[in-house]
Ligand binder design. Structure first.
Ligand code: S3P
Length: 459
């Protein structure tokens, strides 16, 4: 991450208007990985220039000689010179999202041993998906990450890959992770805890394994991989709680990455707490990513979702929020948590401005994210003057508004943006430290918010 940045928040008028958001991070990781292992040339548009997605692009560049020139060029782009790509936005999201690249692939069997360790930076998705891909690659690879990623659990992905026949070692359950791939056999694996990253890793290994590979999940998680596999014509069967694949070499991926609904959630919440109407265009509307909309509606936010098109199996449309929401507290049960896992910090920001208590139950998985997001959300919201606490693995927010103050993002992008949103409706000004982390998923967050009328500055 770059130099330290603090967001300076001055509460004021409504956050309102129309905008787009950078491309979806989860989809971009998958499309990049599949493009670089395709047989043929893929055309990818609007990959987000977020740090996490660059990590996947550079790792795939190291593994795939044919894809390398395009991926290295894209990942070295600082955003300022990227062409508009047909967009009508020439600031904000455009800086972070507009691009079109042509990725040449020679198939999965053409991957080569990387010259060095693969640095996944802050990105758990990069590390876990790459582990699944490399489980069938006949050479050793070492995956490393930054301090935060090196503290996150990796046995959950290593164990099923070992059971399929790969040699995988972790460092006391964490990165660095060493993988020596080989001949794999399909398995049946129940993810525990439910995880889209682990599901995807096992399916990626299954695409190069003998026999069928089945992933079972007790609670649904995001299904981008399944949708992509169907769009690519893979032998995949998707039933409720069960996905199965057999070996398959896919062709190219062509499409424009939809806007990231998890990034849109911050702007919708900023509008909800400040009273503005907002419209987010060309955003991903995959139902496994929009559970936060249901929660926000329960809290009184008037949100409309209109699906307009579909790309590589992903619905894309417009999400709009009417101004003047009167927010009330809610209860998020443990079973709902996996589908709002990335939005809990921003839902907590909404809850701080709601009438009555909000309780998010069984949220232990939040402790394994880019930071301990359960403890981090509580300490940050308290720093801004809210009443919040942990009760076991529940997150409890009293509601009733906040005065403003100081919160530390703890190097976690979603905490940085959630605290900024909460602070926008504070009674007084606030400072959010560690805000440079926002670039991990939404580098243009402060610029977009400012354009929509928010009192946000950087220092
Ligand atoms: C992701 C899955 C989720 C999510 C992460 C992205 C993905 O992680 O929190 O931001 O792209 O598959 P888990 O699979 O660990 O829940």
């Amino acid at each position: 991450m770059s130099r330290p940045v603090a967001f300076e928040i001055t509460p004021g008028g409504p956050v309102a208007g129309r905008t787009a958001v950078p491309g979806d991070k989860s989809i971009a990781h998958r499309w990049l990985l599949f493009a670089a292992t395709a047989e043929g040339t893929s055309h990818l548009e609007d990959l987000p220039l977020s740090l996490d997605v660059r990590s996947t692009a550079l790792a795939m560049a190291a593994l795939s000689p044919k894809a390398r020139p395009a991926l290295e060029l894209w990942a070295s782009n600082d955003g300022a010179t990227v062409e508009g790509g047909g967009s009508t936005w020439n600031e904000g999201p455009a800086e972070g999202s507009m691009s079109r690249i042509e990725v040449e692939g020679e198939g999965r069997s053409a991957l080569v041993a990387p010259a060095a360790t693969l640095d996944c930076g802050n990105s758990g998705t990069s590390m876990r998906l790459l582990a699944g891909l490399l489980a069938a690659a006949p050479f050793p690879t070492v995956l490393t990450g930054d301090e935060s990623l090196s503290a996150r659990p990796m046995e959950r992905v290593a164990a099923p890959l070992r059971a399929m026949g790969a040699l995988v070692s972790t460092t006391d359950g964490h990165a660095p992770v060493t993988i020596e791939g080989g001949r794999l056999s399909g398995i049946e694996h129940a993810t525990s805890p439910p995880s889209a990253q682990v599901k995807t890793a096992v399916l990626l290994a299954g695409l190069a394994a003998d026999g069928a590979t089945t992933v079972l999940e007790t609670v649904p998680t995001r299904d981008h991989t399944e949708r992509l596999l169907v769009a690519l014509g893979a032998p995949v069967t998707v039933q409720e709680g069960r996905v199965a694949v057999t070996a398959f070499q896919h062709g190219p991926v062509d499409g424009r990455v939809p806007g990231d609904p998890s990034s849109a959630a911050f702007l919708l919440a900023a509008a909800a707490v400040t009273g503005g109407p907002i419209t987010i265009e060309e955003v991903g509307c995959n139902p496994t990513r929009l559970a936060f909309v249901d929660v926000a509606r329960r809290m009184g936010a008037d949100i409309r979702v209109e699906i307009e098109t579909e790309v590589m199996g992903e619905p894309v449309g417009t999400i709009a929020l009417d101004g003047g929401s009167r927010l009330v507290g809610t209860r998020i049960e443990a079973d709902e948590v996996p589908l709002v896992i990335d939005e809990i910090p921003v839902l907590a920001a909404l809850a701080a401005h709601a009438r009555g208590e909000t309780r998010i139950e069984g949220a232990a998985e939040l402790r394994t994210k880019e930071s301990d997001r359960l403890a981090g959300t509580v300490s940050g919201l308290r720093g801004l003057g809210a009443h919040a606490g942990e009760e076991g693995d529940d997150l409890v927010i009293a509601g009733g508004g906040l005065g403003g103050g100081r919160a530390d993002a703890l190097g976690d992008h979603r905490l940085a943006m959630a605290f900024a949103v909460a602070a926008l409706a504070g009674a007084g000004p606030s400072v959010i430290t560690g805000a440079e982390a926002a670039a991990v998923s939404f580098p243009t967050f402060p610029a977009v918010l400012a354009r929509l009328g928010a009192g946000i500055g950087e220092r």
